[in-house]
Design a protein around this ligand. Structure first.
Ligand code: X8Z
Ligand code: ZN
Length: 607
């Protein structure tokens, strides 16, 4: 399975009739039995596994060599998988009323919810849907912006992202901000059709719409999950609002209040990131003058001449230090680490497990910088999770919930502390404790700034799937939510001729996004628990679990479980807690909250 995308499953067309129901011979009234359910699921898993692998191979080739042909072949594999999964899910309905052991009940639900997309039963519509989804991803992957016009030199997305990280020239930033977004309007009609088809499929599976299908993967009723998200957001919102207030004030000092007006959303092109989802790239504009940590990881990597591959080796060595086996030779032979010069690829980072066993890979267009150093750890977290649960039966070869999958590598990356960098020879001197505020602020610009973005992307999609945001209001609905949650606004007027959601990878790639919000809460819980296991004493932002067998064992115990148990059980194994809990992230940033409150005293906050 691929992470970084919805677990889209497709299978070759089946030989079995769609509703083949074996009947017990010689019984007048014969309902299905638990044994029949077990046999059915074993057959389904075997068949799906083959189809998943087929679809993954086709998708890998599509993503690493985008052409019309590879896109079409990937769509075919996807159509086959969707067809089989929908058919199996329909067959499985006969076990709905049966009293089943927990593992079988879980597998039946997984059969339905693990589809990132559902489709109507008509094979023609299934093919149409697959062509749309694969086509959208290829369109995104091929996207460039040519500032001089068509035929002139073009910029790739990673190139534009570097300028966003480094430039303070508002005109240049605005030009790239609008230029990149031209990739998306051609997706708009296709996205509208995608919503129609996928919703029809979700309804066939018994869900109100695709959003409800997605929300049903969390071991609780979907409405309860929505409330759970609100609860977590309410816990962290005050910290976000304080950070927003400080950042807006400092940006206003830099750019002037005509560009960054008080009491209004922050213009989206000024936060150091194409989507304003993380803000650490503007640290130099907003950091505390006397508490700078005194080092910059990008500079350290460059000074030590660490290249892209060596960055991945640092990641592998971290996991090895926890007791995990080294990555297999095939990982190094088959991964894509660099952006090829001669063909289009989907540069958005992802982690793959092509055979659902050991053929793990990452796909990234790595740049030598701090962001990509962390992203490498993020992706490797997926790969080590995939390897850890490979002994589970196929429907359980995924994480406890999708937030867990996204949170593992990030948890490891929280251990990239100054102490760790010194231990591995990247940093000469560990900054003293009086520099902690700078460290915490830099981290918050990534982790805290991300939270409302992590939430709003699916708030938009869920409303779209539910018909509350209609195609005529796609863009307006997007910016309403950007404003409401993030306090970030479009720097130039937008209209329904635009389709700004489509310029964010996970919309064309149909990857659910709430997983990242959950991961940003969970990773601090995981980190706290693993630091505890490692016997660390001191502030959590100075804790690195590098080299701790105890932490590694604790982590592995949870990873091995895959999705075989409800996520609260998995969480308990790792942390002793059964609830997702934002107190870990709040504790981590508590000294920063105090400092932000002081800074913000004379300011008017909010938007
Ligand atoms: O998409 C990703 C990963 C792949 S699963 C690179 N992330 C989200 C994003 O880039 O928007 C990681 C954090 C959020
Ligand atoms: Zn990920």
């Amino acid at each position: 399975m691929r992470l970084g995308r919805a677990g889209k499953w497709a299978s070759r067309l089946l030989a079995l009739p769609a509703l083949f129901v074996p009947m017990a011979v010689g019984c007048a009234v014969s309902g299905p039995t638990p044994d029949e359910a077990r046999v059915f699921l074993a057959g389904a898993e075997e068949r799906l596994l083959t189809l998943w692998v087929d679809a993954e191979r086709a998708a890998w080739i599509q993503s690493t060599y985008i052409t019309d042909d590879t896109t079409a072949l990937s769509a075919d594999a996807q159509t086959a998988l969707i067809g089989a999964t929908m058919e199996l899910a329909a067959e499985a309905a006969r076990f709905d009323a049966l009293d089943l052991p927990q593992d079988l009940r879980r597998k039946l639900l997984r059969l339905k919810t693990s589809l990132g997309v559902a489709a109507p039963s008509d094979p023609v519509l299934q093919a149409e849907l697959s062509q749309i989804t694969t086509g959208l991803e290829s369109t995104y992957g091929r996207g460039t912006y040519c500032p001089g016009g068509p035929g002139e030199a073009c910029l790739s997305l990673p190139e534009m992202e570097r300028t966003f990280a480094e430039s303070r020239d508002t005109d240049a930033l605005l030009d790239l901000w609008t230029g990149w977004r031209a990739v998306a309007p051609p997706m708009r009609d296709q996205y509208t059709r995608f919503v129609e088809l996928a919703n029809a499929g979700a309804r066939d599976l018994g869900f109100a719409d695709l959003g409800e299908l997605w929300r049903s993967g969390y071991d609780m009723p979907p409405d309860e999950f929505t409330l759970e998200l609100e609860r977590l957001w309410d816990q962290v919102r005050p910290l976000y609002t304080s950070l927003h207030c400080h950042v807006r004030a400092k940006l206003a000092e830099e750019y002037g209040s005509a560009v960054v007006p008080p009491d209004e959303p922050i213009p989206a092109h000024l936060l150091g990131n194409m989507w304003s989802q993380t803000w650490a790239n503007v640290y130099d504009l907003v950091g505390p003058a006397r508490s700078d940590p005194g080092y910059d990881l990008t500079d350290l990597l460059n000074a030590r001449r660490v290249d892209e591959l060596e960055m991945v080796r640092y990641g592998e060595r971290f996991f090895s230090s926890l007791g995990f086996d080294p990555l297999p030779p095939t990982f190094w032979e088959r991964s894509l680490f660099l952006q090829p010069v001669d063909r289009d690829v989907v540069c958005h980072a992802s982690a793959w497990d092509l055979d659902y066993e050991s053929d793990v890979r990452i796909k990234m267009c790595i740049g030598v910088n701090d962001e990509d150093f962390v992203t490498i750890h993020h992706e490797l977290g997926h790969n080590y999770y995939q390897r850890a649960y490979q002994a589970q039966s196929p429907l359980f070869r995924t994480s406890a919930n999708d937030g867990f999958h996204e949170g593992i590598g990030d948890t490891i990356a929280l251990s990239i502390t100054p102490e760790y960098l010194a231990e591995v020879g990247l940093l000469a001197r560990v900054p003293p404790a009086d520099r902690d505020l700078g460290l915490l602020l830099r981290s918050a610009l990534d982790k805290v700034a991300f939270l409302p973005f992590g939430l709003m992307v699916d708030q938009w999609r869920w409303k779209v799937f539910a018909g509350e945001i209609t195609p005529e209001a796609y863009n307006q609905g997007w910016w309403d939510l950007r404003t409401e949650y993030q306090g970030v606004g479009a720097p130039v007027p937008r209209s329904e001729a635009d389709f700004d959601p489509g310029a964010k990878y996970h919309i064309p790639a149909n990857t659910s996004y709430t997983r990242y919000f959950l991961a940003h809460i969970l990773q601090f819980q995981f980190h706290r628990a693993l630091c505890d296991a490692a016997g660390f004493e001191g502030p959590l932002h100075r804790c690195s679990i590098f080299g701790s067998d105890e932490a590694g064992t604790r982590l592995n115990t949870m990873l091995e479980m895959g999705a075989s148990q409800p996520w609260p059980d998995a969480l308990e194994v790792m942390t002793g807690q059964r609830e997702m809990d934002a107190t870990a992230i709040l504790d981590y940033f508590a000294p920063l909250q105090t400092w932000l409150d002081e800074q913000n005293t004379p300011r008017s906050c909010g938007w």
